[in-house]
Design a binder for this molecule. Structure first.
Ligand SMILES: Nc1nc(=O)c2c([nH]1)NC[C@@H]1CN(c3ccc(C(=O)N[C@@H](CCC(=O)O)C(=O)O)cc3)CN21
Ligand SMILES: O=c1ccn([C@H]2C[C@H](O)[C@@H](COP(=O)(O)O)O2)c(=O)[nH]1
Length: 306
């Protein structure tokens, strides 16, 4: 996670000060990228403690297509409270766009809405070389109904073959058959005769606006977890998560916290285990996701800009 600390330093030392919607003020750079190889450990920040339960429940909530904070509250997650209306609604944010993007007037297949995540998984199983495996939350016609315009607004999956010798070592090392929800025909495309994945899965996110101290550590963990989950249900080995940021900023009232963090030494990354029995993205439950060996530096408090 040294890359994250480098980006914190870069924004502090060479960012431009600018005003923002919240009235807090930021120092910001435009355009940045970080890459995380998921086979080197799960990229959950170790230089401050991240509230992991919030990351997992928020992602499961997106996957459910839910946009009301009731589920989050039942599970002790408060990160969306400030933006919800009196009924707990946030408007058609991430969950709704991922799972039921409205298809008007009528889609050629007769659908009223499009399950982008379901379609992405189907394409990864049936046509993994596709360069069109994109999930977009930036629904221009619906932005005005959303409590907050999507920050992590578009992501793309990339599936690539694994070199033969690499596959052999994976097979020797793991000796497992990747579970997938695919049909036997589809499975033959995905797994070799020994049941070893033929391919590796990458995910790149475009985040148009990035609260580097509070939001980004959550966003990295959340999309890395999503990549592992989709890899499992499509029979891929997890590859790289690529984070790309637009306006990457530190709020003026996060400088002290950022400096404190930069002085800390990164520790060993934790491991993440998914219950291998889960074969469909909708079947993951909180208990199926286990973080192992997370032993970070203490949390650092910071006010959230609303
Ligand atoms: N300014 C801003 N930054 C964000 O990161 C952000 C928004 N607004 N609005 C919508 C969502 C909500 N997200 C949030 C909101 C709050 C925290 C936060 O306060 N985190 C604390 C405590 C987390 C907890 O206890 O669950 C932290 O120390 O990480 C993190 C992400 C990410 N998003
Ligand atoms: O997942 C998220 C959600 C939000 N943010 C941050 C980025 C900005 O600081 C604010 C959004 O304000 P805008 O004026 O709409 O850009 O929330 C994040 O980093 N990650």
């Amino acid at each position: 996670m040294q890359e994250y600390l480098n980006l914190l330093s870069q924004v502090l030392s060479s960012g431009t000060e600018k005003d923002d919607r919240t009235g807090t003020g930021t120092r910001s750079v435009f355009g940045a990228q970080m890459r995380f190889r998921l086979y080197n450990g799960f990229p959950l920040l170790t230089t401050k403690k991240i509230h992991w339960k919030s990351v997992v429940h928020e992602l499961l909530w997106f996957i459910k297509g839910d946009t009301n904070i009731a589920y989050l509250k039942e599970n002790g997650v408060s990160i969306w409270d400030e933006w919800a209306d009196e009924n707990g609604d946030l408007g058609p944010i991430y969950g709704e766009q991922w799972r039921s993007w409205p298809a008007y007037p009528l889609d050629p297949m007769g659908r009223l809405s499009i399950d982008q995540l379901g379609d992405a998984i189907h394409t990864l199983r049936t046509n993994p070389d596709s360069r069109r495996i994109i999930i977009n939350a930036w629904n221009v016609g619906s932005l005005h109904e959303m409590a907050l315009a999507p920050c992590h607004c578009l992501f793309q999956f990339n599936s690539r073959p694994i070199a033969h010798y690499h596959r052999v070592s994976l097979g020797a090392g793991l000796g497992v058959v990747m579970p997938t929800g695919a049909s036997p025909d589809e499975e033959a495309n995905i797994l070799d005769e020994a049941g070893i994945p033929r391919r590796m899965l990458d995910l790149q996110l475009y985040q148009r606006s990035a609260d580097l101290f509070l939001g980004v550590p959550f966003n990295i963990a959340s999309y890395s977890l999503l990549l592992l989950m989709v890899a499992q249900v499509t029979g891929h080995t997890p590859g790289e998560f690529v984070w790309t940021g637009g306006d990457v900023h530190l709020y003026l009232n996060h400088f002290e916290q950022a400096r404190e963090q930069i002085e800390r030494l990164p520790l060993f990354l934790p491991d993440l285990r998914l219950n291998p029995k889960v074969r469909e993205i909708d079947d993951f439950k909180f208990e199926d996701i286990t973080l192992i060996g997370y032993d970070p530096h203490p949390a650092i408090k910071a006010p959230v800009a609303v």
